[in-house]
Ligand binder design. Sequence first.
Ligand code: MN
Ligand code: MN
Length: 453
Amino acid sequence: MYKKLAWEKYLDDLSPVYDFCEDYKAFISECKTERLVVKEAVQLLVEHGFKDASTVTKLKAGDKLYFVNKNKNIAAYIIGKKPLVEGVRILGAHIDSPRLDFKERPILERDGFVYGNTHYYGGIKKYQWVTIPLAIHGVVCLKDGTTIDVNIGEDEKDPVIGISDLLPHLARQQMQKPAGNIIEGEDLDVSLGSLPLKEGDHKVKGYLLKLLKDKYGFEEEDLISSEIEITPAGKARDYGLDGSMILGYGHDDRSCAYTSLRALLDVQPTEYTSCCVLVDKEEVGSIGATGAQSHFFENSLVKLLELSGSKDTHQDIITLFEHSHMLSSDVSAGFDPIYPSVSDRDNSALLGYGLTFNKYVGAGGKSSSNDANPEYYAWIRKIMDENNVNWQSAEIGKVDAGGGGTIAFILGNYNLDVIDAGIPVHSMHAPMEVVSKVDVYEAYLGYQAFLTK
Ligand code: MN
Ligand code: MN
């Protein structure tokens, strides 16, 4: 099924694709942060009979369970008929997306306005984040141990926030700057309000802090221990007059996270143990306790070995990984006909042509790339073809044009077979990204075929 328009399969009946994508649109519209994804994932898992791993004392084939790590990282499993040491089928995606984060002391008043000072997260073109409606999602953690959820700007009755840009009339100097400096990182200050208190030194800031205190119950100082993420406001929408695509925030990588999770939820009991792991922090290097480099994932597998009566988890985890297969479910750079010069078209992912395998990504001579083993790739091709999945091979852009990274190489370090497999995206890392609905659906089918093999 090499490079064939995936729509051809559905032209008599688009409903399987369009119906699935209604669920996906609702998911990305609701789940704009790692925490919100994990919360929703837990709800879906529980609805599908998965149990919190901490409540499980013994394992048998067909058991379903999940581990949550610090509310931002999750691993879910369906225990297969074969012993764990014979290997696990793993789908791994990341659930963080580029955005603006509040600084620790974000609130400042200037000339009648109160602003939220931010530090951007991940690789963004800063000029894309001004003059668009933005929303606030996150948590504020208090010293007494309580956590306050904050969510402003998604409900139609909510106000939105935003960042201003210069009027063209006065932008003569600004427009001479290189695009990376048109908007400076330190100028990504979000406008939060302009009403003053009746009295006080900083009346406008005072008004906003009072409003936050009254509505949410936290003080300015509490923002030091907060995780406030500024994202584009509003729901994902059908894109194109035929509704064949989806415009939305965070397709990278929630399109692959959702399809991976759904593949696990919907799969019939399998020979091998199936896994979907969703990680945080990919956009900043997969570091820390909740990123792909964390020991959390490995530890969850050690737990599974213990629960299934392993006498030597140290040896068994090594054997388990050696026999495991993984799809690193991450988006690929969709070939954009408006910008053909940066891509080698034959070796690019085309929107509408299905699940995309990136044998390698990386930049500057495959640097830092997982280069999938051809023996494994051949095995994958067979699964996809036998299951009538539309798939395509691709790399990210022309040699020396740039490049990208995923979590594939990190999991590869465990000595398991892994290849990048995901959905092609236009305008990646922009506030609003674009995917083709049929690629979302083919990814779901491909991930499920992989788990079933
Ligand atoms: Mn990604
Ligand atoms: Mn990315």
